[in-house]
Design a protein around this ligand. Structure first.
Ligand SMILES: [Zn+2]
Length: 401
């Protein structure tokens, strides 16, 4: 099966995950269906030494070294779900040869070349695009196609001197997938996720992520006779938000700049609740932002009375770089393969988290590589099929021994 056919097959299955968590299970049944109907039969045909599915629908396959195992075992992760942010059913992929300029996806969706400078690199390449009504599903089915293409073409489906583990995870898009992996069965020294965008960008850094919940108690009185008595939780919420640095919101930051972001709020005179996220590649800076917020709460409580404003900060995930750097061979395996194939590459700090940001702190350092999927999670998504095919070749180079 050619890699584009493989990709089309995978995206013909709707595997959208859901923000609504089901305890002890993956968020949607269709992820189990995809594992059972597509992945398991294909993996079986490669004769794995171990193949199983856990309660969360994560499919795990192990291929032992065919000769003496002298190189460390590696775990490869791709996720089978697609983002609930856009429609993931009835995807109608179309393959075009990109000659430059805007791309008309159909249904009024046009990708303007001037807004997406990275498109220049794809001139002359085959692109896979959706029809303007759905996402494409390249996140992460481009990664999955590259991994399965690599495995299908690997002689005897095995490395000579290294055992390979594969984990096809569920609910990555809702941040649950690292929790779904059966870590007791992970025997690898390090992992690699194939879940990035541009293949020429390698990720060993992610954000540090804090969640900040703010609870505000007001004191409500009929507005007609509330002079000097009403304490409106709505107004306190506005005052609290105004005390945070306005130009460190996501809409004003990029690159290595961190941010504080109000995701959600509900407010009445009596009570207000605000949910923030804080992100920074530097954990100290993320913590300092939380300190600024706590200082605001302290000052407001002095002004309006104890207990009016309560700030609760919890850690969501941390920048994986320190853990990945403890295992330099995980990065060297990747960069050596790029160098051997003459593919330029740079390290790009992810403005978000990856599966690896959690796995790395669970004891498995896990850098991320790209697979040619661009503009994920929306109707502007496309896959550079040449890059996707090259991803399979990079994997083959990494694991040629
Ligand atoms: Zn992904």
């Amino acid at each position: 099966m050619d890699i584009i056919e493989r990709f089309k097959k995978y995206v013909s299955f709707d595997t959208t995950s859901s923000e609504t968590i089901r305890p002890g299970k993956a968020s949607t049944d269709r992820q189990y269906d995809f594992g059972r109907e597509v992945l398991i039969p294909e993996l079986k045909s490669f004769n794995p030494d171990e193949l199983d599915v856990n309660n969360f629908g994560v499919v795990r396959a192990v291929f032992n070294a065919s000769e003496e195992e002298t190189l460390p075992r590696v775990a490869i992760f791709v996720h089978m779900d697609t983002s609930p942010a856009a429609k993931g059913s009835d995807i109608k992929p179309r393959v075009i040869t990109y000659e430059g300029g805007d791309i008309d996806f159909g249904h009024g969706v046009v990708l303007h070349a001037e807004d997406y400078p990275q498109l220049k690199k794809s001139i002359g390449h085959q692109l896979i695009i959706p029809d303007g009504t759905t996402l494409l599903g390249g996140d992460d089915k481009a990664g999955m196609s590259a991994v399965m293409d690599f495995l299908a073409n690997l002689p005897n489906h095995r490395c000579k001197h290294r055992t390979l583990e594969f984990h096809f995870t569920t609910d990555e898009e809702t941040g649950e997938d690292a929790e779904h992996v059966s870590m007791d069965k992970v025997k690898a020294k390090f992992g690699i996720t194939v879940d990035g965008e541009d293949l020429e960008e390698i990720n060993i850094e992610t954000f540090n992520a804090l969640a900040m919940d703010v609870e505000i108690k007001g004191f409500n009185i009929h507005p007609g006779n509330s002079k000097n008595r009403l304490i409106s939780a709505c107004q306190l919420a506005i005052e609290f938000d105004r005390s945070l640095p306005a130009f460190l919101r996501p809409e004003h930051t990029e690159g290595r700049e961190g941010f504080v972001h109000l995701c959600n709020m509900t407010a009445s005179e009596e009570h207000a609740q605000m949910s923030y996220i804080i992100r920074d590649h530097d954990l100290n800076k993320a913590r300092y932002m939380a300190e600024i917020a706590q200082h605001s709460a302290k000052i407001m409580n002095e002004k309006y009375g104890e207990g009016r404003v309560t700030v609760t900060v919890t850690d969501t995930y941390h920048n994986m770089v320190e853990k990945v750097n403890e295992c330099p061979e995980s990065v060297k395996l990747i960069t050596d393969a790029f160098d051997a194939l003459g593919i330029p590459h740079e390290f790009v700090a992810v403005r978000g988290g990856t599966t690896g940001s959690q796995l790395s702190f669970m004891g498995l350092p896990t850098p991320n590589i790209g697979d040619g999927d661009f503009n994920p999670h929306g109707r502007m998504e496309y896959v550079d099929a040449d890059q996707m095919a090259l991803t399979s070749k990079v994997l083959a180079k990494m694991f040629e021994d």
